[in-house]
Design a protein around this ligand. Structure first.
Ligand code: HEC
Ligand code: HEC
Ligand code: HEC
Ligand code: HEC
Ligand code: HEC
Length: 455
């Protein structure tokens, strides 16, 4: 009675009542068109989408393996929850679960696809709280984009971060623990303040800021100043590389290489027997959320640091991979989860608490201190090298899931920096072109005498 009265007041006072997210089995998969239909006119957008993880959201073998494990571990309690963002059509049509995919139609297997994405009039942030109204009207960023094939309507939601936030914030269905806080960490950052949305970096060529991509969105459409890109690249060069025969993985590498800046600060001089301390700082200069983000109990970012003398003798190392592919003596930037017994777990569905989260906030800097003892026989000058590395999952985890030898998880060089002690050490020539370019710039500046960082 009281409840009824309360909702009556809400309606009567005209407060907007958000529609309920569309639930399991409420729609029919036939309500949705396949991407191949859209491709008749939107061919370029379709081919971009085929290079995105959205296209593989359901078939992704890493997802499938974790989905099965979650189902087994919880007696099926996660089946619908996990599937909601990875095959929204599957869930809303009541075809998934079962999670073995035996009931799933072709359009459900298309993962996060065109017609699903363009028929969401509204939704709320987190856990796939989307409202779905498949049909004639395709919503998008324009109020002047008519088409013979469908109605086109402008909806501001499509240009907002909240649209992406519907799925890019995941909370545990058991205890509400934040398991993926990509949207939240964006919303708390300067990027949100400056109105730089996910779309600006992920749907434009700019990578770390908006950059226009002039063109046409359909064969018969007018030319526009900007057409949003649909490859919506993240950091997953591993799965994109595997699933697209390497074709699309490179784009994720490019993105990772623009995410962070490194700096080495080492003392100018050091004597034999001295404990030499030096710092390496990592700045999240390009990601509009924590670095790294996503399912970061699985993702790994770390520094490989080495110190060598002029004859190539190694004086110090940390963060290298051993023969089994494990990271040795390094800080790993990610989240660590624990289960109900306080045991560390990388299983999302068992997580009861967050033990640590040392990821780097947008525009912030993490500083690592390293030290070594300068040996008697070290030959000057001494080179300090730091490399920021990333991989989508540990080799151990992937071997455990798929068996050894199935997948080699690539390790991506995100960024590097160098320092010298007791003179100017030669920087290795196999540095990235970007770095050589930077050196050239620095030497040009040095030549005109402006470059003065040494105290
Ligand atoms: C017969 C060709 C054709 C087909 C098939 C087609 N479209 Fe379009 N669509 C167009 C044209 C033309 C425009 C107008 C583009 C412009 O003005 O820039 C358009 C515009 C759009 C827009 C922009 C709407 C806005 O207001 O911003 C969206 C979104 C869209 N289409 C989605 C789809 C989806 C999803 C499919 C498949 C289910 C599809 N289209 C199938 C031709 C087509
Ligand atoms: C993850 C959801 C998602 C998927 C999948 C998706 N789109 Fe979009 N699409 C968007 C959003 C969001 C925008 C508007 C972005 C912006 O410009 O701010 C957009 C923009 C568009 C536009 C307008 C382009 C322009 O800039 O004029 C068209 C046309 C379109 N999409 C068609 C498609 C087609 C066809 C597919 C499948 C091949 C597809 N979309 C898949 C979310 C999606
Ligand atoms: C219906 C839910 C849904 C919506 C809406 C959605 N995504 Fe996604 N997105 C996913 C899922 C699920 C994956 C992961 C697929 C996988 O890796 O198996 C993903 C993957 C991605 C990736 C690649 C991640 C990687 O590891 O490289 C990026 C980047 C991304 N989405 C950005 C966006 C942006 C930007 C928007 C808004 C324009 C958006 N997404 C809207 C569900 C969604
Ligand atoms: C200022 C540019 C920028 C903005 C804004 C931004 N991103 Fe990113 N994003 C990046 C960069 C650079 C990376 C690669 C480094 C990383 O993984 O964090 C990335 C990576 C990702 C990934 C890959 C994670 C993985 O596990 O592979 C996802 C997913 C993602 N972004 C989603 C989003 C969503 C959703 C938003 C909005 C709430 C957003 N991004 C806003 C630049 C941006
Ligand atoms: C609220 C939406 C949502 C729900 C619910 C969800 N996911 Fe995801 N999932 C995503 C998004 C978005 C990404 C992409 C972020 C990234 O790449 O790190 C993702 C990525 C993944 C990945 C990484 C795939 C890869 O190739 O690296 C795995 C594995 C995964 N999810 C498993 C699960 C499991 C298991 C569940 C259920 C316990 C689940 N997801 C529930 C949205 C969701």
């Amino acid at each position: 009675m009281l409840l009824l009265f309360a909702s009556f007041v809400l309606l009567a006072t005209g407060t907007a009542v958000a529609a309920e997210p569309t639930g399991f089995g409420e729609l029919d998969s036939d309500d949705f068109d396949s991407h191949s239909k859209c491709a008749n006119c939107h061919a370029i957008i379709r081919s971009q989408w085929q290079g995105s993880m959205h296209a593989y959201a359901y078939t992704d073998p890493l997802y499938q393996a974790e989905l099965q494990m979650a189902g087994e571990g919880t007696g099926g309690q996660t089946d619908e929850f996990c599937s909601r963002c990875h095959t929204p059509i599957g869930v809303m049509s009541g075809e998934v679960p079962p999670i073995d995919g035996s009931m799933a139609s072709d359009v459900a297997l298309e993962g996060v696809q065109c017609d699903f994405c363009h028929t969401v009039p509204e939704g709320a942030v987190g856990d796939g709280a989307f409202v779905s109204t498949p049909g004639e009207i395709k919503w998008g960023p324009h109020d002047d984009a008519p088409s013979a094939a469908h109605e086109s309507e402008f909806n501001e939601f499509y240009t907002d971060a909240e649209y992406c936030g519907m799925c890019h914030n995941v909370n545990s269905p058991f205890n509400g623990l934040p398991l993926d806080d990509t949207y939240t960490s964006w919303a708390d950052s300067q990027y949100a303040e400056d109105e730089v949305a996910c779309q600006d970096c992920h749907m434009s060529p700019g990578i770390t800021q908006f950059e226009a991509n002039p063109g046409r969105s359909a064969s018969s459409a007018p030319k526009r100043d900007h057409i949003s890109l649909h490859d919506i690249v993240g950091a997953n060069s591993f799965m994109l590389g595997e699933l697209s025969d390497g074709q699309y993985g490179e784009k994720a590498v490019e993105r990772l290489q623009q995410a962070a800046k490194l700096e080495v600060s080492a003392p100018e001089e050091a004597i034999s027997g001295e404990t030499v301390m030096f710092d390496v700082s990592i700045t999240n200069s390009g990601a509009g959320h924590k670095l790294p983000t996503g399912i970061t109990e699985v993702r790994q970012m770390w520094l490989a640091v080495s110190v060598t003398d002029a004859e190539g003798k190694e004086l110090y190392r940390s963060g290298q991979l051993n023969s089994e592919g494990s990271i040795e003596d390094a800080v790993i930037y990610h989240t660590v989860l624990a289960d109900a017994d306080g045991q560390i777990t990388d299983k999302l569905w068992e997580a009861e608490s967050i033990v640590s989260d040392n990821r780097i906030l947008p525009k912030e800097t993490a500083v690592e201190s390293h030290s070594f003892v300068m040996p008697e026989d070290a030959v000057d000058p001494i080179l300090v090298e730091a490399k920021l590395l990333y991989r989508s999952a540990s080799q151990d985890m992937v071997d455990e899931l798929f068996g050894e030898g199935t997948y080699d998880v690539p390790v991506i060089d995100m960024s590097e920096a160098y320092g010298s002690i007791n003179g100017e050490a030669d920087v290795p020539s196999n540095g990235t072109p970007g770095f050589t370019g930077l050196l050239l710039v620095i030497s040009l500046i040095a030549a005109v005498g402006i470059y003065r960082t040494k105290k």
